[in-house]
Design a protein around this ligand. Structure first.
Ligand code: ATP
Ligand code: MG
Length: 591
């Protein structure tokens, strides 16, 4: 059984410094966020971060980086005197793409990764949609202060008139509407009398600002759409740049950490909050935005939109297909929360975009499972071996884990007919092949040890009419059993695994490989579907040692000499065992 001796929550904080920890340390030292209280007068922690997914898909390994970062910082600073907490906030302001199914899966995934949003017995689970009323009121405040206006240009004209890097923006003909007119129009927008796209609300900043983001950004648009939480209550919805900073401020976030693409939006984040502070609607100290490099993982997609395409076009079997880089996919593949946390610690955080090799994720899984996964024998490509001079049953055993004698031993019988790995026999051995081969001329057949059993010598083989080897024959040496004094008298170079044909458990084994053949399937305008690896899933029938009939869904194993496997969480049962390849013992993709 997998020993989950160290639940992720209590694992020691990874005290690896990075630029974010340095910023937070300095804010703590200067008491920047000290002495703040919430609306009930309770003192707030010095560090409050948040993880703000949009519920428009399942979380992927890129989100895991952000989760480990935000929840990890909060956990580590909570061990210090000023305290720390992290909020889970659904950034659910786009009604058309968001669904409750996604909300639930995101909650599950964050919890499964080993984090929660409870701090001092209080839940910190939030929804931007809960702030719709407040956001609306703040928008009215900005209109009244002549900092926002209703624009009635078409979406295309707004886009065109924003200009570009070499061209200044052109002010809208509606830019100088009076506050009263704007307020009346905005209220009518809310009341539902206009059609989608007829008007928008824009901030009044600077149409010739060198940073295009500041050229009067749109902050509200009309959308007659059903929202998964607020139903049909609203027909105007706030946009990200307006919602996000205000949500942060309302939740007393201190460090709002996002990916580098939002660097240009930072001045807008500060502009909105400062204006609302000037208006007396928000109090200092305000939250600050910091950017870090997103995770780009080779051979994987880290965009919900593209992952959704794989699911909806049925290139994979669902969001939790074991080949998907989603949290649910990784989980089904056999990844553990600890292995993903370890991966995130190893890659660290920086301000420079880069690609992380898939092998780093795979190695984190090996390193996590090696000390935890119990061992078992599985013959994946079976070939019959008959021990001519053996009869009856010999009981053999091996430790469940080579470093944990206290975990006990697995027992498995040796009988006359065994299954061995087809690759462990060669009728015409190549140079350097030390496993089974038959007598050739005067040279006797090779000798190998049957792992945890006897030394055998190959005596011959049989083929079918098309020349394929169907059976290998050998004789065994009765005084050579592993663990007995006689064992040392035999020196052999090969050591192969086997299961008794009579006692083996027949199992479905799903051999997974990388989903794409291209290391960067999502970059540029590549058609990722054309880059799918046609061999990313192979289903085989394998023979397993008898102890594996006790395997429970989601239990991890090391199939000796092959790799790490997991009993499929969904499909595995005692009557129909199903195992997924999580990761091979060695990197198969290394050049
Ligand atoms: P996607 O393009 O996959 O939809 P997103 O950024 O739109 O990603 P959100 O739900 O908005 O998805 O993301 C929630 C949080 O996760 C954000 O703070 C975002 O910065 C972070 N995040 C998303 N993708 C990555 C990534 N590849 N690496 C690190 N953090 C990420
Ligand atoms: Mg997003």
């Amino acid at each position: 059984m997998t020993k989950d001796l160290t639940p992720p929550k209590t694992s020691a904080p990874a005290e690896v410094s990075n630029f974010l920890r340095q910023i937070i340390d300095s804010d703590c030292a200067s008491d920047h966020y000290a002495n703040r209280t919430d609306f009930q007068g309770v003192t707030l922690p010095l560090v409050i971060t948040r993880f703000p997914p949009e519920p428009n898909g399942y979380l992927h390994v890129g989100h895991a980086k952000s989760i480990c970062l935000n929840f990890g910082l909060a956990r580590d600073y909570d061990l210090m005197s000023g305290g720390g907490r992290c909020h889970l906030r659904f950034d659910d302001t786009n009604p058309s793409k968001e669904e409750t199914e996604y909300v639930e899966s995101i909650i599950d995934s964050v919890r499964w990764l080993g984090f929660d949003w409870i701090h001092q017995a209080k839940e910190n689970l939030y929804y931007a949609s809960n702030y719709f009323t407040q956001l609306y009121q703040f928008a009215e405040i900005l209109i009244q202060r002549n900092k926002a206006y209703v624009d009635s240009q078409s979406a295309e004209d707004i886009q065109k008139n924003r200009g570009n890097f070499s061209q200044l923006g052109i002010p809208s003909p509606f830019r100088e509407r009076s506050s009263d007119e704007n307020l009346a129009l905005f209220r009518q927008m809310k009341s539902g009398i206009f059609k989608d796209g007829e008007h928008v609300l824009r901030l009044k900043i600077d149409m010739s600002h060198p940073n295009i983001v500041l050229r009067d950004p749109v902050i509200y648009r009309i959308r007659h759409a059903h929202h998964h939480r607020t139903g049909n209550e609203w027909c105007i919805y706030p946009l990200y740049d307006f919602t996000h900073c205000i949500s942060d401020a309302l939740e007393n976030i201190t460090h709002s950490i996002c990916t580098l693409e939002f660097e240009n939006n930072r001045p807008l984040y500060d502009w909105v909050l400062n204006e609302l502070k000037e208006a007396g609607a928000l109090k200092a100290p305000l939250p600050k935005q910091y950017e870090f490099a997103r995770l780009n993982l080779t051979y994987a997609l880290t965009s919900k939109r593209k992952l959704l395409q794989l699911v909806s076009e049925r290139h994979v079997e669902g969001w939790d297909d074991p080949r998907m880089p989603t949290i649910v996919g990784l989980r089904r593949r056999g990844y553990t929360p600890q292995s993903i946390q370890l991966f995130c610690e190893r890659i660290g955080v920086s301000k420079a975009d880069s690609w992380i090799d898939m092998s780093i994720l795979e190695q984190a899984l090996r390193d996590d499972l090696d000390p935890k996964a119990i061992r078992a024998i599985a013959v994946l490509k079976p070939l019959k071996l008959i021990l001519e001079n053996f009869s009856g049953i010999e009981s053999c055993s091996a430790p469940r884990h080579p470093h944990h004698e206290d975990w006990g031993r697995r027992e498995f019988p040796l009988t006359q007919e065994l299954w061995i790995e087809a690759d462990d026999f060669m009728a015409n051995p190549v140079k350097g092949f030390f496993r089974l081969y038959p007598p050739i001329g005067d040279t006797p057949g090779s000798r190998v040890r049957l792992r945890y059993g006897f030394v055998i010598e190959c005596t011959g083989f049989e083929t079918n009419p098309s020349g394929e080897v169907t059976t290998v024959f050998a004789k065994y040496f009765a005084d050579s059993k592993s663990g007995t004094p006689g064992a040392d008298n035999y020196k052999v170079k090969g050591n192969i695994h086997w299961v008794s044909a009579e006692h083996a458990i027949l199992a479905e084994v799903r051999l997974y490989d990388r989903l794409f053949t291209d290391p960067q399937p999502g970059s540029g305008d590549k058609d990722c579907v054309a880059l799918l690896n046609p061999d990313s899933k192979k289903i085989i029938s394998a023979y397993l040692e008898p102890s594996s009939k006790e395997a429970l869904p989601d239990q991890k194993f090391q199939f000796e000499r092959h790799g790490y496997f997991v009993a499929d969480r969904i499909d595995h049962s005692a009557t129909h065992p199903v195992f997924n390849l999580a990761v091979g013992l060695k990197d198969q993709w290394k050049k």
